[in-house]
Every structure is written in C-alpha cells, then in structure tokens.
Design a binder for this molecule. Structure first.
Ligand code: SF4
Ligand code: SF4
Length: 708
C-alpha cells in the first residue's frame, strides 16, 4: 500500500475524530474557507477601485524576487535590528506552522496516522524525515511561544513608545480607541493557544515516554502524562482556532500576512526620484480623472493596496523629520487610517466612506503641508509602501480645490510663475554673479559647451550662497572644464514645485527649460543643486528630455582623478562630517563621490550615525523652505547639528570642526541651525567646494593657471 492510498482509504474510517466530528470539522473548514474567499474578494474589489498605476514591467519576475525578499526577510532589517531578528523567527515559525497544521489535520482524520516515535504506526514512513519534522515543529513551537510573548510584552507591558502616535496626529476613532492593540491581542492569544494546544496534543500522544526528537513535548509529557482524551481536546482547541482566525486575519490589521509579499512584488519600479503624473497616463474606457487625490479611490490601486500590506510597525514614523519636529504628520498613521477607512467602506458596509475626503479621514491638511518629501518613509518601509506619494497627490487636489496654503508657499509659487524663480528676482538677475567673475562665463545658448551648468535658484540669487557658486566656477575654470550657463534662459527646474503639488506650474517650468536646452549646445548637464539634479535626471525624461546629468561632486572627483586639479594642501587640520542631501543620496545613490573627495583632500573624516540611505533630512525639501510660518520645537537641521557635534565627541579639539554640505539649501539650513543652537565657534558649515578650493589652491578673485 502506498502512503497516498493509505491516507485516502483511511479517511473513510474512524480516526482520532469520530465520523460525526469529521463531518463537523469538514463543515467548519468549508465555512471558514467561504469567509476567507469572501474576505479576499472584498479586498481585491476595493483595490480595483483605485486609479490606474504606472505600468509595471516583468511582474512574474518581480513577484519571484519579492518572494525571495520576504523569505529572507531582507527588508525588515533596515531598522530595529533586534526586533527584526525576532520577527524573522516568528515568520519562519508561522510558515512552519502551515505545514504543522496540515499534519495535525491528517492526524485527526486518518486512523493510525501518528508521527510520534518516528511514525512507527505509519506504513513505510520515511523515518529520517519524520524525525526531522518532529524536531523542527517541536523546537519551532517553543520559539513561537517566546517570540509572540516578546511582542505582546512590548505592546502591552513595556508599552513601547515607537508604537504610539503624537497627540496632534489625525487618527481614525477606532485606532484612537485601541483597535490596533485589540487586533494584536486577539492574534497573539490565538498563536499562544494554538501552539500550546498543538504541543499538548503531541505530549499526550507519548504513551511510551519521551521521544528524543520532541524535547518540549516530552518535557510536557513528563508533567501531564499521556491521555487519549487530552489528545482529542488539545487537537480541537488547536485546529478549531485556525478555522476562526484565518477569515479574521483578512478583516484585521494582519492582512499584511497575505498582502505584504504581493505589495512588494508590485512596488514602484520607476526611479525613486520620479513622481507619478497627477493624472494617470493609462486611461481605461475613456475615464476622466481630475488631478491628485480627494477620496481614497483617487489613489492608484497599488497605493490602496499599501494600506492592506502595512504592518503598522511605525518604522516610517521613526524616520520622519516632520514627525520628529512635532508636526501632526505620521506616514504610518496615514496608512493605518486608510486601512480603517477601507474596512468601513467594505466589511463595515458603509459605502458612503468611499466618498469621505482624505483630508478629514486619513491625514490633516496641516500634516499634508508638513512633509519634506525626503523619501525616508518609503525607503524604510519593509513592504514597499509609498505614503509620501499619497501626500503629494493630496496636495495636488488641495491646490485645485482652493485649500488655504501657507503665504510663503503662495508667494514662492507666484514668483515662480512670473519670474521662473521662487526668490522674486527678475529673470535678468540670474546670471549677475557670472558677470562679476574675473573671467568670462560662457552663455551656453550662444556657444557650444561640453558641460551645461544648471545653476538653480538658491545658488544664483542667494547672497549667502553666491560666493560658493563663484568658487565652483573658478575651480571649473582652473581645471579647464568647458562649461557655460543659461543666464536668463534658465528657470527653476521644478523639483519642489512638483512636490508641493503644482503640477501645472511644474510642466510650465519644464517647458521653459526645455526651450532653453533646445537653444543650447551641450553634451551633459552639471548642477550643484541636488533638487534640480533629481528632477532633470529622473523627471524630465517623462517630457522627452533625456540628459546625462551630473552632480558637481562627481565632476570634481573626475577632475581630481584625471589630474586636471591637484591637491596641493592636504587638509588634515579639519575634522569633518558630511551630510547626505536627500535628493542626492537617498533618491539617487550619490554617496560615494563626496566621501571620496573628502578622502582625497586629506581631512579627518567622521561619519554621523545617520548616514547614506539613513541620512536625516534638513527639513527644507518639498517646499518647506518656502513656508512663512516656523513651527515651535527642535527643527530637523538643529537636531542634525547636535548629531554632528556628538559624532566629533567632547575631547579637547585642536582641529577646526566642519559640517560639510553639497547642496545650496543645506548651506542655508545648517548655517542657520548652528546659530539657533548656539554652536557658533564649535562647528562651521562649509560647502565641499570651499575645501576643494583650499586644497587645490584656488582663491577668490584669482585665476590660478598652475592648478591645471
Ligand atoms: S517623505 Fe519624509 S517628511 Fe514626508 S512623510 Fe515621508 S518621512 Fe515624513
Ligand atoms: S507604511 Fe511601512 S513602515 Fe510605515 S507602518 Fe506601514 S509597514 Fe511600517
């Protein structure tokens, strides 16, 4: 008799369960399956209500990659390493338990199917495999009990603050009333009862004493002994719970068990620095869309799915600079609120909730305007969610619907529309700094250049930054770089305009710049501004502008490596740290060039704890630098200066301590933060170009031909 025919034939006979119990069990399983299918269908139907998302390529491969990522739990280790390790164990435990449950069902339904003592009652049982299974399921049961207890203690006894929200964050009433905690408690108690009952059912089976491959069950057997009634009761407790919990999971915050891997597989494929258009490019059946998002179905379907995939772990909130600053923004609350809104609209049978404004149910208007678009929340999310993209879509619609916006932002947008810059400066003033140089700076619309230098607003107009702009020009000139600028033909590149939600104005700026590029002859673009760098590189291709765009740190490094610039003075008298700007680092992976440059210059380099992908935003992005009102509390830039100082340590200092930036906005944000934190004299903010100039011997107002 084969193993399979043994199982099939045995189903027709009496077993651990009586024939009546078998019928009850099978009926229960069918009811449970019915509720589960209904749950999945409801979720899928709600996701399908979303707008078309940008087309995904090679979905099967992405899903396979996501499955591997989930299997090795790669994404959760971006933060909270110790808890993530326990979560990883919990994940493997629950996967193992899917198989354990199957075996338990067979033990209940099939007479003589009993795997204890190497499966001695099962004909032709593969002994080695059975022993391995017994050992793994026994040890994993013990681990699961410990792991789930740790998570319950964390939530209910230690009351980890990381799981809480600020008072000023908009929360769904059910979240406020502890809905998440209730879900966690139900699932936690289920796991404990399910696993304990399974262990007891195994322990009660050990009629001949200990089984060396079941150490925990054997230990329990030594206390409680063997009992057929015990096996029976424990089996029903263990498996009965499963019938209830699977459909429940689909109606709880634990939908992430099922949806997270799919969400990861269907996550954003476009470059990080490319926002989706305000109106979907793919229109089905002549549907008409208004730009941005007012209600939940205005979001792309992939971002409705985000809510079901969300683990509600608050990792995104931990890294959010706006949340740190005490603003009413929590990217995790946004996803959690979406989840509860969806639950009301679907399982709660309140179809009117589909029409509930997002600014009243999901995120407050003030929170919408607090986002710096730093991408930290998206980067850290273990399941590929994009709360930041929702915020930009909500901004887009708020602007159309006439919501009140900060007067500073309004002025900046007006100036951008009229002057092409946010600083209310006349267009002709854009190139004034260049005309003050001691050598001619080419106009790229009049003569061909290799490098078109896209200068950007802050570097062109802000008196605090212009000396650095001039120094970049001197170094390029000293190195013999063939470069030119667009003078009055340059407009703001539009990166922050788009992130503020002004898609129409963004498109206008793109058009203006594309016309200017059309007049110019150049091979590549260089810029000192990471914001311009990002949109020129990642978003202009959406409008037909495909350019080779370089950040000036890359160009400077190349000039040094090619010997076109030479380090004459090593800068070992400086102790420096470096701040990764969001739009250079996290968005575009520009981590290496600035660090290599600093190494070549010979400074004493100290890395801040939050660096590279994990860098902390200065607080200026996403239009925040335009805001007229400054909220009370410690600003992200102030916190960053303190981080830099603590990185240097307290000891006696013979070296000048420097905070190095590679973004004109950072120059302003951090110089200000040094003053407001009272750290003048302890740390100085410098653009990397100032160090390069000192090292290669280029000075203000001089033409240093021997640096070539
Ligand atoms: S993009 Fe940055 S500021 Fe905006 S929600 Fe995410 S972490 Fe917070
Ligand atoms: S959005 Fe991602 S990081 Fe934030 S709570 Fe949800 S799963 Fe965690």
């Amino acid at each position: 008799m084969t193993f399979v025919s043994f199982v099939v034939e045995s189903l027709l006979e009496g077993a651990l369960l009586t024939p009546v119990e078998k019928i009850i069990f099978i009926l229960l399983a069918l009811v449970s399956a019915g509720f589960t299918i209904h749950g999945f269908k409801t979720i899928i139907d709600s996701i399908r209500k979303g707008r078309p998302a940008p087309e995904l390529k090679n979905v099967p491969l992405s899903l396979v990659k996501a499955a591997v990522t989930v299997l090795f739990q790669q994404t959760i280790f971006k933060a909270r390493k110790a808890l993530s390790a326990i979560h990883m164990g919990l994940f493997f435990g629950l996967i193992t338990y899917a198989f354990v449950n199957l075996i338990d069902v067979l033990e209940g339904l099939v007479p003589g199917f009993d795997l204890v003592y190497s499966g001695r009652h099962v004909p032709n049982a593969p002994t080695g495999l059975v022993n391995a299974y017994n050992l793994i399921s026994d040890v994993m049961s013990g681990f699961l009990l410990v792991a789930i207890t740790v998570f319950l203690v964390r939530r209910f006894i230690v009351k980890d603050k990381a799981l809480e929200y600020r008072e000023n964050v908009l929360l769904h009433p059910k979240v406020k009333a502890g809905g998440q905690a209730k879900d966690s408690l139900i699932v936690g108690v289920f796991v404990i009862m399910h696993v304990s009952a399974h262990l007891m059912s195994q322990a009660y089976r050990l009629t001949d004493g200990a089984d060396p491959f079941m150490p925990i069950a054997s230990f329990l057997n030594s206390i409680f002994g063997a009992s057929q009634t015990g096996v029976h009761v424990a089996w029903w407790i263990s498996l009965g719970w499963v019938m209830f919990i699977i459909p429940y999971l689909l109606r709880s915050k634990h939908t992430h068990f099922f949806m997270a891997p799919i969400n990861l597989g269907l996550a954003k494929q476009n470059p990080r620095g490319q926002l989706d258009p305000a109106i979907p490019l793919k229109v089905i059946d002549g549907q008409k869309f208004e730009p941005g998002a007012k209600v939940i179905t205005d979001l792309a379907w992939t971002r409705i799915m985000d809510a079901y995939a969300c683990v509600q772990c608050n990792r995104c909130q931990d890294v959010c600079p706006a949340n740190f600053y005490g603003r009413p923004l929590s990217p995790s609350a946004l996803e959690v609120n979406k989840r509860y809104l969806l639950k009301e609209a679907t399982f709660g049978s309140h179809p009117d909730r589909w029409l509930a404004p997002l600014t009243e149910t999901v995120i407050s208007p003030e929170a919408v305007w607090s986002c710096t678009t730093c991408y930290a929340c998206v980067r850290v999310c273990p399941v590929g969610n994009e709360p930041m993209a929702d915020i930009v879509d909500i901004r887009r619609r708020m602007l159309i619907d006439g919501f009140e916006i900060d007067s500073g932002v309004q002025n900046a947008l007006q100036s951008l529309a009229t002057n092409g810059n946010w600083m209310s400066k006349g267009k002709r003033l854009r190139g004034r700094w260049a005309k003050e140089m001691e050598f001619p700076v080419k106009n790229a619309t009049e003569e061909a250049v290799e490098y078109l230098w896209f200068v950007g607003d802050t570097a062109s107009f802000d008196e605090r930054v212009i000396p650095n702009t001039k120094m970049v020009a001197r170094i390029f000139n000293a190195a013999g770089l063939d470069f030119g600028i667009l003078y009055q033909n340059e407009s703001n590149a539009g990166n922050d305009v788009r992130r503020v939600g002004e898609e129409g104005l963004f498109e206008q700026l793109v058009e203006q710049n594309m016309q200017a590029f059309g007049k110019a002859q150049f091979q590549r673009i260089v810029t000192t501004d990471p914001h311009s760098f990002n949109t020129l590189k990642n978003e202009y291709p959406q409008f037909g502008g495909k350019f080779d765009v370089k950040h000036y740190t890359v160009v400077l490094l190349k000039l040094l490596e090619e010997g076109k610039l030479t380090v004459k003075n090593k800068l070992s008298h400086y102790k420096v740290t470096f701040h990764d700007p969001c739009y250079l680092g996290r968005y575009n992976g520009g981590f290496t060039a600035p660090r290599k440059l600093l190494e070549l210059l010979g400074v004493e380099f100290h890395e801040m704890p939050r660096n590279c992908e994990n860098s902390f935003c200065c607080g200026a992005g996403g239009g925040q630098i335009w805001m007229g009102k400054v909220a009370p509390g410690e600003r992200p830039a102030e916190n960053r200066i303190k981080e830099a100082l603590s990185t240097f340590g307290e000891g006696a200092n013979t070296k000048t301590q420097l905070f190095i930036v590679t973004c004109p906005k950072d120059m302003i944000m951090y110089s200000d933060a040094v003053k407001t934190t009272g750290n003048e004299g302890k740390i100085e903010v410098r653009d990397i170009i100032q160090l390069v100039a000192e090292a290669v011997g280029v000075e203000e107002g001089e033409r240093v031909v021997d640096a070539l």
